[in-house]
Ligand binder design. Structure first.
Ligand SMILES: NC(=O)c1ccc[n+]([C@@H]2O[C@H](COP(=O)([O-])OP(=O)(O)OC[C@H]3O[C@@H](n4cnc5c(N)ncnc54)[C@H](OP(=O)(O)O)[C@@H]3O)[C@@H](O)[C@H]2O)c1
Length: 243
């Protein structure tokens, strides 16, 4: 299937990680649909992508974190773009450092789990059937490395949330070993930011987006985890990248 025949649904596509991926996919000729709860973020995304590619971007206001919300969003996506061939999920948030667990409330933990795990699960359950049975289709999760270690004091709930998403991706690989579509994961073991907010060791979201777009373009394997921890890993992806 050529890139112009592929329609990517980018969940979290208006975010820091997602916007870099969306821009790179559009530049490669893919059509892209993005759902966000916040219309102003979608407008920012529209002005961020390349001028000549805006017609290939569909934006939809919706909440994919509830069963009712995701069904409404799904109908809007299908009405607007007709079909979806690929899904990339980068739902969540950029950073959390609210303090050690004894200073936090149940509500704080619920928010973290809702934003990182529950939205990933609810949207996967609704959208996976669109691509599941077609070997030309794909579902890719972007996760963070925070799930494997407490990063620094006060980031414990980020670790809990990120770990739950990592486990969810592992569960899907184990529970659906024979699924027809390509089911993959990109695990990012460092910070990601736009150029104006870069810190030492961070990945530029534009360069990360290009790497992820290459992986999605070449995607021939399934049930793979591609780990990116530094700019050198991105260069490897661009040269020889496949899951
Ligand atoms: N940024 C980093 O440093 C970094 C590093 C490693 C890994 N990651 C991974 O990348 C993921 C995304 O991070 P990010 O930095 O891009 O965060 P972000 O800028 O906050 O973007 C997250 C996106 O998720 C969307 N979202 C969350 N819940 C939703 C819901 N219920 N319905 C619709 N959209 C929802 C948000 O949409 P709205 O517009 O509706 O708010 C937002 O656009 C993280 O979860 C993490 O696993 C990030």
């Amino acid at each position: 299937m050529s890139n112009s025949d592929r329609v990517v649904l980018a969940l979290g596509g208006a975010g820091t990680v997602g916007s870099g991926v969306v821009k790179a996919l559009l530049d490669k000729g893919f059509k892209v649909a993005v759902i966000s709860r916040d219309n102003s973020r979608l407008e920012r995304l529209r002005s961020f992508v390349s001028v000549g590619r805006k017609d290939n971007l569909t934006t939809i206001v919706g909440d994919v974190g509830t069963e009712e919300g995701v069904e409404a969003a799904k109908q809007s996506v299908l009405k607007a773009v007709g079909k979806v061939t690929d899904i990339i999920s980068s739902l969540g948030f950029s950073w959390w450092q609210g303090g050690p667990p004894h200073t936090q409330s149940l509500k704080d933990l619920q928010w973290v789990i809702e934003t990182l795990l529950l939205s990933t699960f609810v949207s996967w359950k609704a959208f996976f059937p669109l691509v599941r049975d077609d070997p030309k289709c794909s579902y890719t999760f972007i996760t963070g490395g925070a799930g494997e270690k407490v990063l620094m004091p006060g980031t414990g709930f980020l670790t809990l949330g990120a770990a739950s998403t990592l486990s969810f991706c592992q569960v899907l690989r184990e529970e659906y070993p024979e699924v027809a579509c390509k089911l993959n994961q990109v695990k990012i073991n460092t910070g990601v930011a736009p150029p104006e907010r870069m810190a030492p060791g961070f990945l530029n979201h534009l360069e990360l987006g290009e790497g992820v777009a290459v992986l999605m373009e070449r995607c021939t394997t399934s049930h793979s985890v591609f780990t990116i921890g530094c700019p050198a890993d991105l260069k490897t992806v661009l040269l020889e990248g496949d899951f």
